[in-house]
Design a protein around this ligand. Structure first.
Ligand SMILES: Nc1nc2c(ncn2[C@@H]2O[C@H](COP(=O)(O)OP(=O)(O)O)[C@@H](O)[C@H]2O)c(=O)[nH]1
Ligand SMILES: [Mg+2]
Length: 331
């Protein structure tokens, strides 16, 4: 370790990193508490004085469905449990450990960080999703973190329908010291994206994050608008956008499936961001989405602050969702 790595108080950058990781993981576990407490209590109720029989398996399957894990995942998890433990004595904790291990296996392939390919300058990230999902906030958080990591970042205020959306992004821009390309309310979003990309290219930015509007008159209009933005971007750089992130509000639960379907058909989606995992009992929906769509989950949000957005990790999520200590290994 060099002197340069020493921080005040004798802490090394590794110590700080670990402490920070620990805080974040605690926040994720706390955020998922509403989801997990429902599951933990439910499993406890089902398994009182019982060997694992058909009746308890059916009840466990129903419980997982009500916890938003989806029917396919619920049946997969209970079948795996039956295969190992049918007719045997089993504790609620055994069930949670078994579910956590299987959930982790489901999530592992989708837990993929957003990788910025340095061959693209800028790497263009288009951010889509319904109104209120958390697009603008997520862009602000990503910009903040990437800037702190030493990247040259720019944002484009592509939700030109609401003055508040432009202002909101500018506030994030000021906070993170990241430039925001913006025009007046009602301006053409595609034109703005076009100019922003030209400018970001000229400046040699590493990343350009483009915000979009989530609600227009109807679905057709929204699709036309998003496709127009994509065409405008491609005029400047045919390979762009290099990532299209769909931001989903976890509190909508099963409704998220329909949103993935719609946005996939409109723009293509390369990855998901799940927001508002703090304070929802519907955190299980992430597992259902992973199982159904297999799209990478790049980030999860557990609050409104700049650091309340983190890469998604399967192990922590799976154990937290089952109310298990995330610091212990999964089987
Ligand atoms: N608790 C919580 N609130 C969030 C999170 N992400 C976004 N929000 C809030 O959700 C609201 C809508 O977010 P916004 O970014 O404006 O959504 P947009 O319409 O998709 O751009 C704002 O009040 C955000 O602060 C999150 O992870 N947790
Ligand atoms: Mg917005």
């Amino acid at each position: 370790m060099s002197l340069r790595d020493m921080l005040p108080g004798g802490k090394t950058s590794d110590d700080v990193h670990q402490q920070y990781q620990g805080e974040w993981q605690l926040k994720l576990s706390e955020g998922l508490a509403k989801s997990s407490s429902k599951i933990v209590a439910g499993i406890g109720d089902i398994l009182t004085k019982r060997k694992l029989d058909d009746a308890s398996l059916t009840e466990l399957e129903d419980l997982l469905i009500t916890a938003d894990l989806g029917t396919a995942t619920a049946s997969k998890l209970t079948q795996a449990l039956a295969k190992e433990r049918f007719g045997k004595d089993i504790t609620p904790e055994d069930v949670r450990e078994s579910f956590a291990a299987d959930i982790r296996r489901i999530l592992e392939p989708v837990a993929r960080p957003l990788v910025i390919d340095p061959d693209h300058k800028p790497f263009v990230v288009l951010v889509v999703g319904v109104n209120g999902a958390g697009k603008t906030t997520t862009i602000g958080k990503i910009a903040h973190q990437m800037k702190a990591a030493g990247k040259k970042v720019a944002m484009a205020a592509g939700d030109t329908f609401r003055a508040a959306a432009v202002e909101q992004l500018k506030v994030w821009g000021q906070r993170a010291d990241v430039p925001v390309f913006a025009k007046d309310t009602g301006a053409d979003a595609a034109g703005l994206a076009f100019e922003a990309l030209l400018e970001a290219k000229k400046r040699g930015d590493d990343v350009l994050l483009i915000d979009t509007a989530g609600r227009l008159q109807n679905k057709d209009e929204l699709m036309a608008e998003l496709q127009k933005i994509v065409r405008a971007i491609k005029k400047v750089e045919p390979s762009a956008p290099h990532a299209t992130l769909l931001v989903l509000d976890a509190t909508v639960g099963q409704n998220a499936h329909a949103q993935v379907d719609v946005f996939k058909s409109m723009t293509g989606v390369t990855g998901l961001v799940m927001t508002k995992l703090d304070g929802t009992a519907k955190g299980g929906v992430v597992v259902a989405l992973a199982e159904k769509f297999g799209l990478p989950v790049h980030y999860v949000g557990v609050g409104e602050g700049a650091n309340d957005l983190r890469p998604f990790t399967s192990h922590h999520f799976a154990r937290s969702l089952m109310g298990l200590n995330p610091d212990l290994p999964t089987n």
